[in-house]
Design a protein around this ligand. Structure first.
Ligand SMILES: NC(=O)c1ccc[n+]([C@@H]2O[C@H](COP(=O)([O-])OP(=O)(O)OC[C@H]3O[C@@H](n4cnc5c(N)ncnc54)[C@H](O)[C@@H]3O)[C@@H](O)[C@H]2O)c1
Length: 358
């Protein structure tokens, strides 16, 4: 039986953005499911670690490469693509406004074209619930709901979905995973995400600081559940996922930011919530309907909720010794890390790598 398993040829997945927050966990997740993983990443954040990347989360092959320079040779031996590489939050787009469109939209479509030419049919795209923007209602929005992207990041995700959809056909099956805001542990931790951020600050200062008025809806998704959803999309029969969009999350994990803060406050003894109500705070607010993924991809069984995720993160912050100095450094904040790379001359104004492997 074991021999049979070994004889089964391993499927190879190209994971772009494999050296990021989610990509690092995705690589381990897919390797655990017996996939061979090829990674492609500029590796902007490869040294921004909370703890060393375990052997099992390293790809079988790594291309340190810009997605803008991807070519047919990068797809040799590849059976499917998980496309995560992106400028992953809005402040990054402010460095050079055209960049988000170039990296997140145009390069996605070019990569998809190369996939079609190479016969790589399945293409799982990391889209985002932030394409619903300011939904203007407390009613949960489903995949047919109105898109209202309010940031360059979200607009590029919409453009990419539309462009990929045009390429869909018998020889190409794009799947659009509209992920909720992710939280949870990764060796390449990000603290610019709502749960990770509120909890880290509370852990370090006993203050749960909400920048907005706390009312925006923000559905959240544990990083391992993100990976589980992608695995389900990779493995489902093609007629179930071909050219389909899925909101990725759970109905029960739609929170207002102030409700997330309340859970954080409960978990950090002696902490207090402060609502700062700053102008210019993130205005996105969307409550999301996640019933489609449950219905169409029942193989996806989310295992985490906010409370469990907070427990996991708190243990890691304490266990790996997260410090105030670390929080204030560039390590866990994408915009600071990129600015630092620019200052050191390791990337140019277009965020192209100039040398000095990260
Ligand atoms: N984190 C979330 O809450 C969330 C929610 C919804 C969707 N997503 C999407 O999931 C994906 C991964 O997000 P993440 O949180 O891991 O972000 P991340 O910033 O940690 O990782 C992105 C990776 O892409 C790489 N990258 C950036 N530009 C590149 C380029 N031009 N060429 C090659 N590699 C490049 C970076 O080096 C990094 O390793 C992104 O597409 C993001 O939009 C994330």
């Amino acid at each position: 039986m074991e021999d049979m398993e070994e004889m089964k040829e391993k499927r190879t997945v190209l994971v772009t953005g494999n050296a990021g927050y989610i990509g690092t966990v995705m690589t381990g997740y897919l390797r655990d499911r017996s996939y061979k993983v090829y990674g492609l990443d500029t590796c902007y954040f490869s040294n921004d670690l909370l703890y060393p990347v375990p052997e099992g989360s390293r790809p079988d092959r790594q291309a340190v490469k810009d997605i803008r320079d991807v070519c047919a040779a990068d797809l040799e031996g590849v059976d499917a693509v998980v496309h995560l590489a992106a400028l992953s939050n809005d402040p990054l787009g402010e460095i050079n406004p055209g960049l988000t469109e170039e990296v997140n939209f145009r390069s996605t479509i070019r990569l998809a074209g190369l996939c079609k030419d190479a016969g790589v049919k399945r293409f799982i795209f990391a889209s985002s619930c932030s394409i619903y923007g300011i939904s203007g209602t407390d009613a949960p929005v489903d995949e047919k709901g109105k898109l209202n992207p309010v940031t360059a990041y979200a607009k590029a995700k919409v453009q990419a979905e539309e462009g990929l959809s045009k390429l869909a056909g018998a020889d190409f099956h794009p799947v659009f995973m509209r992920n909720a805001t992710v939280y949870g542990l990764s060796p390449r931790l990000r603290l610019d995400l709502v749960v990770n951020n509120l909890l880290a600050w509370a852990y370090l200062t006993k203050e749960v600081a909400i920048m907005s008025d706390g009312k925006p809806w923000r559905p959240i998704l544990h990083i391992e559940d993100f990976c589980a959803a992608f695995a389900a999309a990779l493995e489902a029969p093609e007629d179930r996922v071909h050219n389909e969009a899925f909101n990725v999350g759970q109905d029960s994990e739609n929170y207002r930011v102030k409700d997330i803060a309340a859970e954080v406050q409960k978990a950090v003894p002696g902490s207090e919530v402060r609502i700062l109500n700053k102008t210019g705070a993130d205005e996105r607010s969307y409550k999301v309907d996640f019933s489609k993924i449950n219905r169409v991809l029942p193989e996806f069984r989310p295992r985490w909720d906010l409370k469990a995720g907070i427990g996991q993160l708190l243990e890691a912050y304490a266990g790996y010794g997260l410090t105030r100095e670390g929080f204030d450094s560039e390590r866990y904040f994408r915009i600071r890390a990129i600015r630092s790379l620019m200052k050191e001359g390791k990337v140019d104004n277009n965020l192209k790598i100039t040398g000095g492997k990260r």
